[in-house]
Each structure stands twice: as structure tokens, then as C-alpha cells.
Design a protein around this ligand. Structure first.
Ligand code: ATP
Length: 401
């Protein structure tokens, strides 16, 4: 990648914020200042970030609240200085950061447009030529002549987006703007961003919407506690990020799980095997996967068992239920029933999945217990989705219509 194609180059970026001093912290802060020990408590918002953004690239930024995304964008926009590391930015940056940042609350929308244009170095004539375009894009009616301090947050974003986009930046930095506007404005912004990218624009988009990241970005970075956790194809990064959240909420749920109550149906044990009966967690596409288990039913009646396959981010793929399939789990010993479901010629696309086994009451009405197991389908694919469906391409009948 040649140097002139690199619009943003961050190297070893670390950002420390002084810790908010309250109670004991306040005393410690004061003590360290008096004693000049130089160890004023601080909070590390970013920790050694290296990142490059090339011309024409669309990079998504994902991470939990407080992960450091906004701080990183502010550093690139030049609003915040890093504690350590170097920032190189080439070209004109258009930044849509926190609500209204860059706007003067006492000025009207129109006056703020003039101000923003002047700050970006546009002449009065150039500004006049673009004002109508900005006003039309913002579409906030007569509010354009009212002071910004009376705007709703949605109106501020509309104006901000209109200004940033009309002034045609080399790189556009946006922080959660799509989350604020209403549905139709979001659509307009997305359409604008798609055109901007198709024309070779460069975008850095921070969002909690994996849908927006996947539709607008080719690549993505996942920030976790100020560190770069993953960097790569936007689809892969968002999938791992969603999987992380799924796992997190699952662990939280498990932590609240009560001690086993043997008065109700339970899964005693569940496991997965390959076609040869070996316990296994790695499968090849086209291979055989068998989900097996032993269920407990206190009344000694065959329970209903459900086995579901879900992608690691929680997207359901398929579920099979014993009573619908006419299968009655056989009794192995008093109150214990066995089950196994075999998936031949596995058509799941490569990736991580979970097999979920659920035991229900005899009528299949109430769900009592769930056990999950993770497995991987290995391999590379250029197909999309969850499963490979048999298909063929033909010329179709379009020519005869
Ligand atoms: N000016 C500041 N002074 C002190 N701490 C700050 C300041 N700005 C941010 N922080 C802290 O730095 C951390 C990172 O904040 P940042 O706003 O970059 O996170 P984020 O990933 O954008 O989060 P969100 O998704 O909630 O917007 C947070 O813990 C935040 O409290």
C-alpha cells in the first residue's frame, strides 16, 4: 500500500484521562499532587492502538460502551490529544462526533453553516453555493433560522450530517449519527454514505448497529477496554463481536442458575459425536454430527427432547423435536431416557455453532432444562448465510419474457 493512499496512520496511541476524584480518590489525587509523586490516578481509555485507514476504505469501529471508540475518533479528528503515540492524517477530515460538537449553541442553523464552512476554508462564494444544498439535506424547515440551543438532538444531527457531507471531506468520521435521526433520515444518510463510498470516499463509522457496520463497512476494528481485540473483514469482526455478547449474557444467566432440582425433567448429560461415535467438537462441511444425551424424567415417563443448532451469535439454524418427529426416547434405567439425533451430510457453512438440547415435560409444553455445546465447522467458503443449499445457475427465462 503506497504512502499517499494512507489517509490516517495511528501508531502506539495511548490516552489516559485523569480519574474523576471522589471520596478517597480525591484525597489520593491531592496527596500525589502535594508529594509530586507524579502518580496521579488516571484511567487508560486507549492502550497502544496501531491503525491505518487507506483512501477509499470504509472502516467500522465496534465495541462496548466505554471501550474507547469516541476517544479514538476524537484523536483522529484532532479534538483530543493522545497521551502517547503519533497521529498522521492526510486530507480534509469531516467529523460528526458527539451531538452538536463544532456548533455554536447561540447561533442559528444558518449562521452555524457559515461558521463551519469558514472553518473548512471555503470562500463566501463557495459557501453561498452550498448553503441551499445543506439546508435541503438537513430538511428541518424554519428551524434553520433558530438558535441551535433550541434544536432537538435529531435536528442537530441532521444539520451536522448535512454540513459534513456537503463540504465533501476526504475522510468522513461519524460517531453513532445513524442512531439519532428518524427512520427516513437514516435511510437518506445511508443512501448518501453508499454513494460517497461508491465514489471512492473514505469512511470511519462508529456504531452499535452491526447491521450498519455490515452494510457500510468492508473492514472493522473491535475495541475492547481500550485495546484492539480484532481487526479484519467487517462481517467476521461483527460476528465475533455478537458471539462475545451472546456468550456474556449466557454466562450471566448461568451464574443465576439454581441448584439442580431433580423433581422436574433435566438433561443429565449431553455431548456431540462424529459419525464414528467419537466425541468431537470439530466437523467438516458435509460430515456427520450426532447430538446425544441422557434426560431425567422424575415421573419415569419419556420426556420430550428438543435439539437446536444455533450459530454462535445466537441465530437459530434448525431445531428438531422428538414428539413432532414421532420419536420416543427409550428408557435406559428408572427415570433416565436416552436420545441421539444424527445430522448427515452437514450443510452448515464454516463457522462456530452451538448445539442446544432442551428437555420438556411429557406433553412438550414446558421447557425445564437446557444444555449447550459449542462446535466448529471447519473450512473456507465464499458462500453467504448459515447453510449451503443445493443450487444451480442457469440463463433463466428472462430472454423469453
Ligand atoms: N474527558 C474525559 N475525561 C475522563 N474520562 C473520559 C473522558 N472522555 C472519555 N472518558 C472515559 O474514557 C473511556 C472511553 O470513552 P469513549 O467515549 O471513548 O468510549 P466509547 O467506546 O465511545 O463508548 P460509547 O459506546 O458508550 O460511546 C470511558 O470509560 C469514559 O468514561
Amino acid at each position: 500500500m503506497s504512502a499517499e493512499k494512507t489517509l490516517v496512520r495511528l501508531s502506539g496511541i495511548t490516552k489516559d484521562y485523569p480519574k474523576v476524584a471522589t471520596g478517597g480518590d480525591r484525597l489520593r489525587t491531592l496527596a500525589s499532587l502535594f508529594l509530586r509523586r507524579g502518580d496521579t490516578p488516571h484511567f487508560r481509555a486507549l492502550d497502544g492502538i496501531d491503525l491505518e485507514v487507506h483512501r477509499g476504505e470504509s472502516l467500522g469501529l465496534v465495541g462496548e460502551n466505554g471501550a474507547g471508540k469516541s476517544t479514538l475518533l476524537k484523536i483522529i479528528a484532532g479534538v483530543v490529544k493522545p497521551t502517547r503515540g503519533t497521529v498522521g492524517v492526510a486530507g480534509r477530515v469531516g467529523a460528526l462526533l458527539e451531538l452538536g460538537s463544532g456548533f455554536h449553541p447561540e447561533y442559528t442553523g444558518r449562521e452555524n453553516i457559515d461558521l463551519a464552512a469558514a472553518l473548512m476554508g471555503l470562500s463566501r462564494r463557495e459557501t453561498r453555493a452550498r448553503v441551499d444544498e445543506i439546508v435541503a439535506f438537513a430538511d428541518i424547515g424554519a428551524h434553520i433560522d433558530e438558535p441551535i440551543k433550541h434544536y432537538s438532538s435529531g435536528m442537530v444531527v441532521r444539520l451536522g450530517f448535512a454540513v459534513a457531507t456537503t463540504l465533501k471531506p476526504d475522510i468522513l468520521i461519524t460517531d453513532e449519527v445513524l442512531a439519532v435521526g428518524d427512520e427516513s433520515f437514516q435511510k437518506k444518510c445511508i443512501a448518501w454514505l453508499e454513494r460517497f463510498l461508491a465514489d471512492g470516499g473514505t469512511l470511519l463509522l462508529c456504531s452499535h448497529s452491526m447491521f450498519h457496520i455490515q452494510t457500510l463497512c468492508r473492514r472493522a476494528v473491535w475495541l475492547h477496554h481500550g485495546q484492539q481485540r480484532l481487526y479484519g473483514d467487517a462481517f467476521d469482526v461483527t460476528r465475533e463481536y455478537l458471539a462475545y455478547h451472546e456468550e456474556k449474557s449466557r454466562t450471566e444467566k448461568l451464574a443465576h442458575r439454581a441448584a439442580p432440582n431433580m423433581q422436574v425433567p433435566r438433561i443429565i448429560e449431553a455431548w456431540i459425536e462424529d459419525g464414528e461415535g467419537e466425541r468431537c467438537t470439530h466437523f467438516a462441511k458435509g460430515g456427520t454430527l450426532v447430538v446425544q444425551g441422557i434426560a431425567h424424567e422424575p415421573e419415569d415417563q419419556p420426556p420430550v427432547v428438543l435439539v437446536g443448532l444455533v450459530r454462535i451469535d445466537g441465530t437459530p439454524v434448525f431445531g428438531a423435536i422428538t414428539n413432532e418427529d414421532g420419536f420416543v426416547p427409550p428408557r435406559l434405567e428408572p427415570t433416565r431416557f436416552g436420545f441421539a439425533v444424527r445430522f448427515e451430510n452437514l450443510s452448515l457453512l464454516p463457522g462456530k455453532y452451538r448445539a442446544r438440547t432442551h428437555v420438556m415435560d411429557v406433553q412438550g409444553l414446558r421447557l425445564f432444562d437446557t444444555v449447550e455445546m459449542e462446535f466448529t465447522v471447519a473450512g473456507e467458503t465464499r458462500e453467504f448465510g448459515l447453510v449451503a443449499l443445493p443450487h444451480e445457475w442457469t440463463a433463466g427465462r428472462g430472454g423469453n419474457a
